[in-house]
Design a protein. Structure first.
Ligand SMILES: C[S@@+](CC[C@H](N)C(=O)[O-])C[C@H]1O[C@@H](n2cnc3c(N)ncnc32)[C@H](O)[C@@H]1O
Length: 683
């Protein structure tokens, strides 16, 4: 299996907005110097230019460099005080402003250190957004979620979800996966499965069968687990690896340094420091005593460095220049950084916050854990992990905005765009209002899992006090709805004391409740015998029906027989599934059970192929032969030999009858200015 970094091509963070000084400050950096203002300014500008280009063009040699600044050291000392005794509360993970400039919020370790391999959070559920381009009539569209989603190539179970998942789908990994930022050299979080830690992902109906009105109304994909890929100090920012492709493939990240840029930056600093030394000891300069004095000041060294750094204002897209430490970095600081591991480490110390900082800026994210809901038909749910007093934060929830919910419409054909057949599953995980096209979808740990209780909810949503863009409350959706970063947040807040283990519920609103009741009333069990393949595979004692009893290989599910039960030489086309390293990897053949021996629980099996019947919309079964025999028939085949796969687009959430409705934002919370004339009638 390839590495995580090469397989991810998408996720998260808001565009990094480099914070650059203006060009004027570059031109005369020494204007405040006490002596020889004009001469020194010109001289330094000239020398700097020479040195900068000399360093840039002759980058070579090995890195060495920067030490933590004094401020960073203080902060580090604070954060390494005994965390178990000094923390205000026991919290494993925080949401707080990211260390990365312009990246919005990030996820931070709580008051305890994590060891390499430790699990960091409850598993993420994963929501597929499929065929978005096709359903939007192949037009370009704005979808902020694209910045927060992961490539489906990460998730083997997506293979059977739609026909071409790798091209057409992306996965919303709604908890950690959506909240965590990436700083390539400081990645400290790994994906449990993809990075070889084991087998986290799973498909599950969470106890809701396909015969329930809840079937297909929530995602079957869960179990994405994140672990520490190195030891992590308390209050450190957590960084996952989005892969270099994420940054190189998006113009808004043109200035984000890649690994290679940090290496070049290290070499550049090495050359720069050598040149500076050489200049100071230059024989002709040595004769000018006043200039020698000047050159030996820290001020001069800082200004030289600033001259180089502030050229970022000209070469805004230089990843290399952005890999260099910021303005006013002194020579001893550069030396220290190089010793500390090079430019890639420059934000290491600033990524570790103090307890006081976290108390002021952070919101605890780990008050809840996941499980199967107690509510009939509801799927999974969120449960209190600790006692949460009335009025306290249950969970912080940054919001991804979708200015026009019609983007989530799903069609069978495009002839009548005003009457969609269905909606993307994501709709069920977002909040809306009857008089607006706007949807606000919360992310953050397990917020997606909070279920509805109309009568006795223990939690409510309220606007957070920590919005990135509070001004949006006074602006119409047209003014901010297309911003390519998020700006609003909810807090889920306890309506009463909540005991550990209690399921967290909110009221989704009267319209949701009415729609659900109507759905339950009308639900007519459209697939009475259907069981998804991923459930059949888990049933060790499954009695395989023969094709005289049921036709499930023609509808919704395909049945395969594992190769090692077969004679070696015959002509049927084998299928290969999954990744080579996986236990199940191997050759499979489509097959069907012909008869069953009830005593030995073994089967007589025919190997088949399915052939598309043109224009008939179904398949014909061709029975395969072996050498000169008319059919390939195998005897005494045990249950273990059978393996099921879902036919694309047949899982419950693709069924047009599966329930769709957004959760509702209460009227008294919804600003009038966000109401739209163009109200969407269908939901
Ligand atoms: C925000 S999601 C909640 C998480 C969801 N239970 C899951 O397993 O992913 C909202 C969806 O959960 C289900 N749900 C939540 N509350 C429910 C309830 N009281 N009764 C039935 N289904 C419910 C519905 O399918 C709804 O569309």
């Amino acid at each position: 299996m390839s590495s995580l970094s090469s397989r991810i091509d998408a996720t998260i963070i808001d565009p990094i907005i480099p914070t650059l000084g203006g060009i004027n400050s570059v031109q005369c950096v020494y204007s405040n110097a006490r002596r020889k203002k004009d001469k020194s300014c010109n001289m330094i500008t000239f020398l700097s230019t020479l040195m900068f280009f000399a360093a840039m063009t002759t980058v070579s040699g090995s890195p060495s460099s920067i030490p933590p600044s004094q401020q960073q050291q203080q902060q580090q000392q604070q954060s390494t005080n005994d965390p178990t005794t000094t923390q205000p509360q026991d919290c494993g993970l925080y949401l707080a402003p990211s260390t990365i400039p312009g990246a919005g919020l990030g996820v931070f370790a709580g008051n305890k250190p994590y060891k390499k391999g430790d699990r960091l959070a409850p598993p993420d559920i994963m929501i597929p957004a499929y065929d978005m381009t096709w359903h939007n009539d192949d037009k370009g569209y704005h979808f902020l979620w694209d910045e927060y989603t992961w490539s489906t190539t990460m998730f083997p179970d997506m293979e059977d979800d739609i026909e071409d998942p790798f091209e057409q789908s992306s996965i919303i990994s709604s908890g950690f996966g959506a909240a965590i930022n990436c700083m390539l050299p400081l990645v400290n979080v790994a994906d449990y499965e993809s990075d070889g830690y084991g087998d986290g992902y799973q498909l599950t109906t969470s106890g809701v069968s396909s015969q329930s009105p809840g079937a297909g109304a929530f995602t079957p994909m869960t179990g994405r687990i994140f672990v520490a890929s190195k030891d992590i100090e308390p209050f450190s920012e957590l960084y996952a690896d989005y892969g270099e492709g994420y940054f190189s493939g998006r113009s808004s990240y043109d200035s984000v340094p890649l690994f290679d840029d940090y290496e070049k930056a290290d070499k550049l600093i090495g050359r720069y420091m050598k040149r500076l030394e050489a200049m100071k000891s230059n024989a002709s300069i040595k004769e000018d005593l006043e200039l020698v004095d000047l050159l030996n000041t820290t001020e001069f060294e800082n200004d030289m460095w600033n001259f180089m750094i502030e050229t970022r204002a000209i070469w805004r897209e230089s990843r290399l220049l952005h890999a260099l430490p910021g303005p006013n970095t002194s020579i001893p600081e550069l030396e220290n950084l190089m010793e500390f591991g090079g430019t890639g480490m420059q934000h290491y110390n600033s990524s570790i916050k103090s307890q006081e900082w976290m108390k002021e800026h952070g919101q605890c994210m780990d008050n809840i854990h996941d499980g199967v809901s107690n509510i009939p038909h509801a799927g999974r749910g969120a449960f209190a992990s600790k006692f949460i007093p009335e009025g306290d934060l249950v969970s912080p929830a940054p919001l991804i905005h979708i200015p026009d919910r019609r983007i989530l419409r799903v069609y069978e054909d495009h002839d009548h765009p005003e009457t969609p057949h269905h909606h993307q599953l994501l709709l069920n995980y977002c909040f809306g209002h009857a008089e607006s096209t706007l949807l606000l979808c919360p992310y953050g740990l397990l917020n997606f899992l909070i279920n509805h209780d109309a009568k006795n909810p223990n939690t409510k949503i309220q606007w957070s006090k920590k919005h990135r863009h509070p001004e949006w409350f006074n602006e119409s959706i047209n003014e901010w709805g297309h911003s390519y970063h998020n700006g609003l947040s909810f807090d889920f807040v306890a309506l009463r004391d909540i005991n550990p283990g209690e399921e967290i519920t909110i009221d989704y609103g009267e319209e949701w409740e009415a729609a659900w009741q109507e759905h339950v009333k009308r639900f007519d069990n459209p697939r009475p015998k259907y069981i998804p393949a991923f459930e059949l595979n888990k049933m060790d004692d499954l009695i395989i029906p023969t094709y005289f009893e049921v036709d499930y290989q023609y509808e919704n599910v395909l049945m395969f027989c594992r190769q090692h039960f077969f004679p070696t030489a015959f002509e049927a086309k084998p299928y290969r599934f999954g990744f080579e390293e996986e236990e199940d990897y191997g050759e499979y053949y489509l097959c069907r059970a012909f008869s069953r021996n009830e005593t030995s629980r073994t089967y007589t099996v025919e190997v088949i192929e399915r052939e598309d019947c043109a224009n008939k919309g179904n398949y014909e079964v061709v029975v395969k032969t072996y050498k000169d025999t008319p059919k390939l028939i195998l005897f005494d085949i045990p249950r273990d030999a059978f393996f099921f796969r879902d036919i694309p687009y047949t899982r419950d959430h693709h069924q047009f009858w599966s329930f769709r409705h957004d959760m509702r934002i209460p009227n008294d919370m919804f600003p009038d200015i966000w109401k739209t004339d163009d109200v969407v009638g269908d939901i």
